[in-house]
Design a binder for this molecule. Structure first.
Ligand code: FES
Ligand code: FES
Length: 150
């Protein structure tokens, strides 16, 4: 049995060390806001925060977490920048099918946590690992700028 901290809450999970965090979140904890896309760190759909950094939950094993704190899309709205990003997402009507958007919001929030007023180049760099088949990139960029000045 291991204890992990997810969205500020300690939870116990009985899983092997090499199980990906994404599996634990979705299948063990029932937190399905974090999406499975590619499983090989190419699409960004599974992005969560580990100690404030955007990471791919499909490639992060539970054994590698140690005492790190995990934040998911279910909890990011409780953080100052997460709240601003979610509000800007609604304001700019970013979402189309929605599948990629949990990961996009997690990456955008981590960006603002590290660079409060990002340039277009900063945004493109930080968001380059999050793919959107619906092509919402323009509105994502607008929403990040809006969140940065909110
Ligand atoms: S599912 Fe993790 S990056 Fe695609
Ligand atoms: S909104 Fe559909 S994949 Fe991004």
């Amino acid at each position: 049995m291991k204890t992990i901290t997810v969205n500020g809450r300690d939870v116990q999970v009985d899983v092997p060390d090499d199980m990906p965090l994404l599996w634990v979140l979705r299948d063990i904890l029932g937190m399905t806001g974090t999406k499975y896309g590619c499983g090989i760190a190419q699409c960004g759909a599974c992005t969560v925060h580990v100690d404030g950094d955007a990471v791919r939950a499909c490639q992060t094993t539970i054994g590698a977490l140690g005492n790190s704190k995990v934040t998911t899309i279910e909890g990011v709205g409780e953080t100052p920048n997460g709240k601003k990003v979610q509000s800007a997402w609604l304001g700019k009507e970013v979402v189309q099918c929605g599948y990629c958007q949990s990961g996009q919001i997690m990456s955008a929030t981590a960006l603002l946590d590290h660079i409060p007023h990002p340039t277009d180049a900063d945004i493109d760099d930080a968001m380059s690992g999050n793919l959107c088949r619906c092509g919402t990139y323009g509105r994502i960029r607008e929403a990040i700028h809006a969140a940065a000045t909110a």
